[in-house]
Ligand binder design. Structure first.
Ligand code: NGQ
Ligand code: ZN
Length: 460
């Protein structure tokens, strides 16, 4: 048994800041400690590690490569040529060059960056299963194993979500050549999920995902949801991200995506609906009542021109949400939460939109909700400093930004004004992964990443 007692001047517990808190870490888990028993002071402000509920790790290596207009011309008409769907073509061309070694190198670098930003668990929505020509690798789990290995190298917690991808649209059309490596028949997919489940550990949870209603025909969805592996663990799906997919769904299934899903699946608190951007008022209320998590990825949603999630109505309906960095155009919980609020301010012409009378600090409300929703979507007991896995973040109390701040204003200052990273130390499952802003293996992992990405760019 390993045991440590940690002290913080202020620790973020479920009910808010607790002064002079002792935290007992036993075998990777955390519980309240006895302040009289002695121990190590870790810092002034300690908060739980943030779960990142949506990631496609390979996309980190193309961040910034799709910010050029694909066709010439100026003005609105030319800008309209560039969209989510043209970005997706750039992404597919990139995905086609990634094998298991590349995936591991990219994911390990990304996961180190996540840890340094304060994320301690990542939900990997993984659909890059097979070789570029669509054939299964000798071991069909090879790409999944590359992600598991990357998470182990970095020391981040992983919720692996092997993802079912079968068709290229709502009409059930076949996969295009570039999509073939994503594809599975239901039986092979379920065998993959079961194989990976056997590897579960305190740092690895295995759920499953349906890529989208576009990519999974109704009969296959029913079969997967009725299967043994779907009886436990998180279930994630991309839903209603783009207006185009809402229109296609309405045309072919006579219902909007969220509406259709709620009519055809027993959505509950194990589900995470990623993006859920385009919701009617009725869908908002119905979905919130299921207890499912809305998986919000504000920087990616802004980058891809998706639209704006109705956050205020969602909170009014007591909806649960968490944050993800998805395409990794940004890797920072600060930026996700800041833009979640700023998007609302820009369209509503108000301030402090997410806050409420009971919880007047916008930053604290966003942080508390994203921690709880992220843990729920991860399927791991996380995001608390009084029980669950011992994941914690120590803020840099020597930062000039925090001068004159007290515990009531430190989170607001961190989230809205923290441009220099304030995450100083990070613990995952009882082990320090980041100390004084550095990860033990960051130089080796970055050097390998550089070699891999430079080679990928030479091939482009
Ligand atoms: C993905 N990403 O699977 O990587 C998707 C794009 C799609 C986002 N939706 C592909 N942000 O949805 O078809
Ligand atoms: Zn996604």
């Amino acid at each position: 048994m390993s045991e440590q007692i940690l002290f913080a001047d202020y620790a973020w517990l479920a009910a808010g800041w607790q002064q002079a808190a002792a935290l007992r870490v036993v075998d990777g888990r955390i519980e309240p400690g006895d302040a009289a028993a002695g121990g190590v002071r870790v810092g002034r402000y300690v908060v739980p590690g943030m779960p990142n509920l949506h990631s496609h790790a390979f996309q980190r290596a193309m961040a910034g490569l799709a910010e050029r207009r694909s066709l010439g011309g100026d003005g609105e008409a030319a800008a309209a040529n560039d969209s989510f769907w043209t970005w997706r073509e750039v992404m597919y061309a990139f995905a086609g060059r990634i094998g298991p070694d590349e995936l591991q190198a990219i994911a390990a670098q990304l996961y180190v960056e996540m840890l340094k930003a304060g994320y301690t668990q990542v939900c990997e929505f993984h659909y890059l299963h097979h070789a570029p020509d669509g054939r299964a690798y000798a071991d069909p789990a090879q790409m999944s194993l590359a992600l598991i290995e990357a998470a182990r190298e970095a020391g981040i917690g992983l919720t692996l979500l092997p993802t079912l991808y079968m068709s290229g649209g709502f009409d059930g059309r076949a996969l295009t050549p570039r999509q073939r490596r994503f594809g599975h028949e239901v039986d092979a997919f379920l065998a993959l999920v079961e194989r990976l489940r056997a590897l579960e550990s305190p740092l690895l949870r295995v759920g499953l995902a349906l890529h989208s209603l576009r990519a999974v025909p109704p009969a296959a969805m029913r079969e997967v949801l009725a299967s043994e592996p779907a009886r436990s663990g998180p279930i994630h799906i991309h839903i209603a991200e783009q207006l185009g997919e809402v229109q296609d769904c309405l045309a072919l299934r006579k219902a909007r995506p969220v509406e259709w899903l709620l009519d055809h699946a027993a959505v509950d608190a194990r589900w995470c609906l990623v993006h859920a951007t385009h919701l009617t008022a009725a869908e908002t209320r119905r979905l919130a009542a299921t207890g499912a998590v809305a998986g919000l990825c504000p920087t990616t949603e802004a980058n891809l021109g998706d639209g704006l999630f109705p956050l205020r109505s969602w909170l009014d309906a007591e909806g649960v949400f968490g944050i993800g960095s998805d395409s990794h155009i940004s890797v920072s919980p600060v930026e996700e939460l800041r833009w979640l609020e700023y998007g609302q301010r820009l369209v509503s012409h108000h301030r402090n939109v997410a806050a409420s009378a009971a919880s007047p600090s916008t930053g604290q409300l966003l942080l508390a909700r994203a921690l709880a929703g992220g843990a729920q979507a991860s399927g791991i007991e996380l995001a608390r400093l009084d029980r669950g896995r011992a994941d914690l973040v120590v803020l840099d109390d020597s930062a000039a930004l925090l001068a004159g701040r007290d515990c009531a204003s430190v989170v607001d200052s961190w989230l809205f004004a923290g441009n220099c990273n304030l995450v100083r130390d990070v613990m995952v499952g009882g082990h320090w992964r980041v100390r004084e802003f550095h990860h033990r293996d960051e130089a080796r992992i970055a050097a390998r990443y550089r070699t891999v990405v430079e080679a990928l760019q030479r091939e482009a």
